[in-house]
Design a protein around this ligand. Structure first.
Ligand SMILES: *Cc1c(COP(=O)(O)O)cnc(C)c1O
Length: 337
């Protein structure tokens, strides 16, 4: 069976992990700091402006905590990952759910301005950058868990709000060995506040903190993956291109100044289950990227998100999928649509 998604892990990642084991320093240490700074360079911010943590969920929680989200109205899309709802709950914020666009899996940030929100979590779903005005009257957490490397007006996204968050879970664009995340910001004060929260041990005050640390083992794998990210993105682009040239219409950004990454190759169609079954009979696994039951609030009240959950299918587009397999998938889809 051709899976829907797979991480790309090879000899270099193995070597990095072995070197950490041989060094006999596996907890948070020099690898984590190096990974943080390499992430900063990738995103074109000064060293020291990233905090590596244990997951994207932890990063979201820390971002909300640093922005003092407790009892605040926090906007979040209904069409997104449960991690967003969990983080809002954990920080004790008041969730305000927002619908996605009719043609876009992302929220319309103008709606957020109108909904009396204090803080907005704005993910760029499927690798497609969310549209964001130059100035917003709410504090924004940019969630690039699915869009590391995507660009808007020539700059990598993630820093258009107060804070950005990344996820390095196994199935994301890169992984730090299964779990991991990071908080990024142009604002060093926020970053240092979050670092202090993560450094929970051996502190002489009684402030509450929490162990959200990444290990050197994870960071060493992450450093290799980050170095390989451009290669991964290029491979994904080629596969996406194969689908497009087969005549399949995939979800794309609505403006040419937005350069996506191909985290998901999503087709809109009236009967996704028929297509999923047809592919499955041919040994190929495709999925509904977000099922109706996965929406973060009652689907009835969010017609665009509900429609997306009924009419979308996500095709394999991971870097190790062979171009030949992608061609075959393209042919099957084209014949079935
Ligand atoms: C995966 C994901 C997260 C959560 O990251 P974890 O590392 O799995 O906790 C948050 N936001 C979005 C948009 C995601 O896709």
């Amino acid at each position: 069976m051709i899976p829907h998604n797979l991480p790309t892990l090879g000899a270099e990642e193995q070597g990095a992990a072995i070197r950490v084991l041989q060094r006999n320093w596996v907890a948070q240490g020099p690898e984590v700091e190096a990974f943080e700074n390499e992430l900063c360079r990738f995103l074109n911010i000064p060293d020291g402006h990233a905090v590596a943590v244990s997951s994207g969920s932890a990063a979201l929680y820390l971002a909300l905590w640093a922005l003092e989200g407790k009892k605040k109205r926090i906007g979040l899309p209904v069409y997104s990952c449960a991690a967003l709802r969990n983080a809002v709950g954990l920080v004790d914020g008041i969730p305000v759910y927002l619908d996605c666009g009719e043609e876009s899996p992302n929220i319309n940030t103008d709606d957020a301005g109108k909904a009396g929100i204090d803080i907005l979590i704005a993910p760029s779903m499927f690798g497609i950058p969310v549209c964001m005005p130059e100035t917003m009257n709410v504090k924004v957490i940019e969630d690039i868990a699915q869009s590391l490397g995507a660009m808007v007006s020539g700059e990598r996204i993630g820093l258009r709000g107060e804070v950005g968050i990344c996820s390095f879970y196994a199935t994301k664009l890169i992984t730090t060995g299964g779990q991991g995340g990071a908080v990024i910001s142009k604002n060093k004060v926020l970053i240092d506040k979050i670092k202090d929260y993560r450094e929970f041990d051996c502190r002489d005050d009684s402030k509450l903190r929490f162990n959200f640390q990444m290990t050197d083992m994870q960071a060493a794998i992450g450093r290799v993956q980050l170095k390989r990210l451009p290669e991964f993105l290029e491979k994904r682009e080629q596969l996406f291109e194969i689908y497009s040239s087969a005549g399949i219409e995939l979800l794309e950004p609505s403006t040419p100044s937005h350069i996506p990454v191909r985290y998901r190759a999503v087709v809109r169609c009236s009967e996704p289950m028929v297509l999923i079954k047809r592919l499955s009979e041919n040994g190929i696994r495709a999925i509904i990227p977000l099922e109706r039951w996965e929406l973060l609030d009652n689907p009835h009240d969010y017609s665009n998100a509900e429609m997306f959950s009924w009419t979308s299918i996500s095709l394999p587009v991971y870097p190790e999928l062979s171009p030949l397999d992608a061609k075959n998938i393209g042919t099957i889809i084209k014949e079935s649509l």
